[in-house]
Every structure is written in C-alpha cells, then in structure tokens.
Write a protein that binds this ligand. Structure first.
Ligand code: NCD
Length: 305
C-alpha cells in the first residue's frame, strides 16, 4: 500500500497491525521517539480541522519528525487559481508524506496520481475519512476487546457524514455486525453505501427515525453532527440540526456497557452532561487518533521498529 485513500485500501491484517502498533506506542512511547528523525510530514488542509490536522502533526513530532503545511486554502496558491494536483506535486518535492483534506470528493485520489510520496486522505467532502475510522476502530478494540459481533447504531447526518461511511465500510468486513441507522428521512445513508457494503455483504440493518426504540439493543452508539457546510439550503440545516440530542435522561434505557462515540466536533447532539458518563468514549477517540496516526505514518514510510 502506498497511499491511504479509503479504509478499504487496508486489508484486515493491516488494520490489525496498525491497532497492534498503536497499542505498543501507547504502552512505550519513548521507544518510538526517534523513528522518523529527519522525515517531514506536510498537512495540506483545504477545509477546517482541529483534531485531524493537529493529531497528524503531534503524531509526526512525537515520532521525531518535522511538519510543514497550511491549515486553510487562503494561505496557499490555490487562491490564485492553482489546481490541487499542482499544489500536491509541488509539496511532494518538499515532504516525505502528505496528509490532505479537501471539500471535493476524490481530490486526494487525483492528487495521489501526481506525486511519488504517500498521500493520506484526511477527509474528502462527504465521501470518506479513513484515519478517523482507524481512530474509531482502535477505540472500539480497546473498549470492547473485539471488532466483531457488535450492534452499532449510527445517529444524525448519515447522508453527508464521511466518518459514518468509512466506519461502515470498515466494520462490515467483520463477523456478526448489525447496524441501526437513526436519522431524519432527509439524511439517510446514501444508496451507494447501502448497495456497495451492506447488500453485497448481506449485513443486517434497520433504518429508523426513532432513537428510543433501538437504543437498549446497542453496543455502540455513534453520534454525528449535521454537516452544515454540505447543505445547499440554510433553512433545511436549521430545521434538521437538532433532530437528536443525547441527554442523561435518554441514556437511562441504554446498556451499562454501551460505548458512546462521536468523531467530534460536537455542536448540540450530545449534552455536556453526558461527558461524565463512564460510557462516553468521544474524548478517548481523540487521544487514540494521535497514536493510530503514528502507526500509520510508520507503515506508509515503511519504518520498522
Ligand atoms: C469529522 C470530519 O471532519 O468529517 N471530524 C473529524 O475529523 N474528527 C466529523 C465532522 O466534521 O462532523
């Protein structure tokens, strides 16, 4: 594997290897502190980000490497009209590995054809977000001790939420996975995700607008924000944005061992009162995100420790 565009680029054993390496880094970070000495990571973010960009940068710094890049397209020649492929080809002469986020679906893939250095898709439009999925998988493995035999509820914006699409693609390869998709009718899972992953693999799922009905059955509840920036119409966003709000009261019917996940940023969909609930895992996802990105950088640079 040279680039990481989509979670399906990784085999199950590569995912296992990344999770193992991340767990080893968590237990002995000093051992890894010079493994990327003199290597440079470029972060090219044409769309806003807090966790993804900074965890990539922290990951490279903790491996002993350096970072360069930009956090808004305003700071790059794309405002002068340069194509994303020209920008990435250029940065490929300066960096050893590139993490890029772009509002257009497929932009990282197009860029990967124009450079010899590994490109990591750090989110492309409403399409996919494989490194968030790796952080999610590491979190599920650490919380549940397994990636198979889980009933996973996804709630919120399942149409535009790229983290949802990527995590479905990843989990669907494991045995005994069932899904409950909870969303307003306007924000259901796209047909291409359903046809490609769920129907082809004969995976059981239900679609509902009602969170209360299925909450008691879930091992994992993956909440998501309504993706304002992907709406064509502000009125629709305002109408749908508070469709689901998770509160301590709502969680009374949920299992004791539920894991509550969210890729963050949260807007309104999880009350801050839930943060002290032992079932809340969203800040664990944030922490795990750095370690799994360290593991991914080592894998793509082919550095053995
Ligand atoms: C997500 C994203 O960018 O898709 N954030 C993240 O990377 N953790 C989720 C979101 O923006 O809602």
């Amino acid at each position: 594997m040279k680039h990481l565009m989509d979670i399906t680029d990784l085999t199950t054993s590569q995912i296992d290897e990344l999770i193992n390496t991340a767990n080893k880094i968590i237990s002995d970070p000093e051992k890894y502190q010079d493994t990327c000495k003199r290597k440079k990571l470029a972060t090219l973010f044409f769309e806003p980000s807090t966790r993804t960009r900074l965890s990539f940068e922290a990951a490279m710094l903790e491996l002993g490497g350096s970072v360069l890049g930009f956090s808004t397209s305003d700071g790059s020649s794309s405002v002068k009209g340069e194509s994303v492929t020209d920008t990435v080809q250029t940065v490929g002469y300066y960096a050893d590995i590139i993490a890029m986020r772009h509002p257009k679906e497929g932009a990282p893939l197009a860029a990967s054809k124009r450079t010899t250095v590994p490109i990591i898709n750090a989110g492309d439009g409403g399409h996919s977000h494989p490194t968030q999925t790796l952080a999610d998988l590491l979190t599920i493995q650490r919380e549940k001790g397994r990636l198979a035999n889980l009933t996973v509820g996804f709630c919120g914006d399942l149409k535009f939420g790229r983290t949802v699409h990527s995590l479905i693609n990843a989990l669907s390869r494991y045995e005994g996975i069932e899904y409950v998709f909870i969303s307003p009718k306007e924000l259901v899972i796209p047909d291409y995700v359903k046809a490609g992953m769920l129907d082809n693999n004969k995976i059981k799922y239900v679609e509902t607008t009602n969170i209360d009905e299925f909450l008691p059955k879930l091992d994992i509840l993956y909440m998501t924000r309504v993706q304002r920036e992907r709406f064509f119409n502000e009125a629709d966003y305002i109408r749908l944005k508070d469709s689901y709000i998770l509160t301590p009261d709502k969680l009374k019917s949920a299992r004791e061992d539920l894991s509550i996940m969210h890729p963050l940023p949260r807007v309104n969909e999880i009350s801050v009162k839930v943060d002290d609930d032992l079932r809340a895992c969203y800040f664990k996802q944030v922490k795990n995100g750095k370690y799994i990105r360290m593991a991914l950088i080592l894998m793509l640079l082919d550095i053995k420790v």
